[in-house]
Design a binder for this molecule. Structure first.
Ligand code: FDM
Length: 212
């Protein structure tokens, strides 16, 4: 009797500037996938619960200063410390919907003036996303969103540099979605079909690694 190997889950990443609505959309996508019978789990980076994540949390809340290179490597290490659990879940068939990942690491650190190639090197070999949903917003709408300005990096000229860096990082597995003037529900109904097809397409494909 042949036993069918479990299909793997997909690695779905949401990227974009701060306050664009990634976190809300990531949660909704996990709910919808589960409602449709697809095992799914939410993840977010930085994962502020680990020892490294706690340092990053203090840095982001501006209660600790750190060298830009050191911070970049901490963000990267915070992803690496999750790789074995991510790979296990994906191989068991759970789709991971991840709020920020490697592209955030590169786009934000490069916006401080660090070379892109240097920023990318520490993430080489991480699991490669099957789909990156890149959410965009007009600049004025961004700064008017609730909570904007409370953490490090939430400043317009910095966010514009981050946007320019993101645009240079685009790959063929990216999908750019304009979130301007869309309700949470409208945006969700635009993202869900993209995620559903990526989940179906990933089922029989091997999990690749980032080759920056
Ligand atoms: N950020 C996030 C980075 O600078 N590098 C990274 O590798 C990651 C994952 O941390 F301003 C920045 C982006 C953002 C901040 O993100 C915290 P959330 O999504 O607001 O928690």
């Amino acid at each position: 009797m042949s036993v069918k190997k479990a299909c793997r889950g997909a690695l779905i990443v949401l990227e974009g500037c701060d306050r664009v609505g990634k976190t809300t959309q990531a949660k909704l996508l996990v709910e919808s996938l589960k409602n449709n019978g697809k095992p799914a789990q939410l993840m977010n980076f930085p994962d502020r619960t680990t020892a490294i994540g706690k340092m990053l949390d203090q840095y982001l809340k501006q209660s600790q200063e750190l060298d830009d290179h050191a911070v970049h490597l901490l963000f990267s290490a915070n992803r690496w410390e999750c790789v074995s659990s991510m790979e296990k879940l994906l191989q068991e068939g759970t789709t991971l919907v991840v709020d920020r990942y490697s592209d955030s690491g590169i786009a934000f650190s490069a916006a401080k003036g660090l070379p892109v190639s240097w920023c990318a090197a520490s993430d080489s070999g991480l699991p490669r996303p099957d789909l990156v949903l890149f959410l965009t917003l007009g600049g004025t709408e961004l700064s008017s969103r609730g909570g904007y300005g409370q953490e490090r990096y939430e400043e317009d000229s910095f966010q514009q540099r981050v946007m320019r860096n993101y645009n240079e990082l685009k790959r063929d597995y990216w999908n750019v979605v304009n979130a301007d003037e869309k309700s949470v529900e409208q945006l969700h109904s635009e993202l869900l079909p993209l995620v559903t097809s990526a989940v179906a397409a990933a089922e029989d494909k091997p999990l690749l690694t980032l080759d920056w």
